[in-house]
Design a protein around this ligand. Structure first.
Ligand SMILES: [Zn+2]
Length: 124
């Protein structure tokens, strides 16, 4: 967890900045791209039978803890790569916004207590 040793106002501004970035998130998809080499059915005439295997990208993702793979058409490789990047960005932002929420909660208590002590009416 990231340590934010700052006051509530600063933390709130940090969170606002991330919320703005959240609005800029584009299409996303869970999972990651893997390149898989394989041979085709044309054993006699294809280059893959001589060791030059075909390489295709697949999306691996989980459904109920089981890993699944999905073929990505060649002309969609660029798009899908971007979608997976966006998902990572989204996850990172969500984590930070949540952590800032925790930090604000914690710091709010600290500041309120300090204020009460300063005003001389701190009682337990
Ligand atoms: Zn082949």
């Amino acid at each position: 967890m990231v340590r934010f040793n700052k006051n509530v106002r600063f933390l709130s501004r940090q969170r606002e900045a991330r919320l703005k970035r959240l609005k800029g998130i584009g299409p996303f998809i869970t999972g990651s791209m893997v390149k898989i080499a394989h041979t085709c059915g044309n054993k006699e005439h294809c280059k893959c039978s001589r060791g030059e295997k075909h390489e295709n990208y697949y999306l691996t993702y989980k459904v109920k803890n089981k890993t699944r793979t999905k073929y990505i058409p060649v002309d969609m490789e660029g798009d899908v790569r971007e979608w997976t990047w966006e998902y990572k960005r989204l996850k990172g932002l969500m984590k930070e916004i949540s952590e800032l929420g925790f930090a604000i909660l914690k710091q709010y208590g600290v500041e309120k207590k300090a204020l009460r002590i300063r005003k001389g009416r701190y009682e337990r």
